[in-house]
Design a protein around this ligand. Sequence first.
Ligand code: ATP
Ligand code: MG
Length: 180
Amino acid sequence: MYLKSLTLRGFKSFASSTTMRFEPGINCVVGPNGSGKSNVVDALAWVMGEQGAKNMRGGAMADVIFAGTSQKPALGRAEVSLSIDNSDGALPIDYREVTISRTLFRSGGSEYAINGTACRLLDIQELLSDTGMGKEMHVIIGQGKLDEVLTSSAEDRRGFVEEAAGLLKHRKRKEKALRK
Ligand code: ATP
Ligand code: MG
């Protein structure tokens, strides 16, 4: 499984539709300060279900929508699509390529889709939950996150590793079973 491409439309500084293609292995995003590199990473986290406006480096979630410049008017919606190569079947879905997308309207509504079919946020979270790309998003390590991991307790650190390894789901199931 690897990320194949990312399309941003009206997301942060990416007003017009912009597609980035990735290859298996290491990919680098380079550019001058303020050119939108971190916005690309924000878009990845966002399309995978990130719910915290602060984690998107904004005050409110609507701040991800293109806010306009002196040349271009603000837009009414932000859309991000992520295509994932699933030829190894790592995602529990019967498609060799899976595209997840998320749209947020300035009016407040939001939409999620898997391969063009509308779905719930939960469906996307479940789809990704065994890949380490799930809810807590420990596959994306921002600057502050690194400090957090280094200064956290042994137990919390174990939690990060378990999440990244896709074990959290099993631990939760085990805890639930033991409570019964
Ligand atoms: P650095 O090298 O300094 O880390 P960067 O390439 O990571 O820079 P970003 O932080 O991704 O840059 O992009 C910052 C730019 O995105 C700023 O110019 C900011 O105004 C713009 N931006 C952020 N949100 C929006 C928005 N909603 N609408 C328009 N532009 C936005
Ligand atoms: Mg940056």
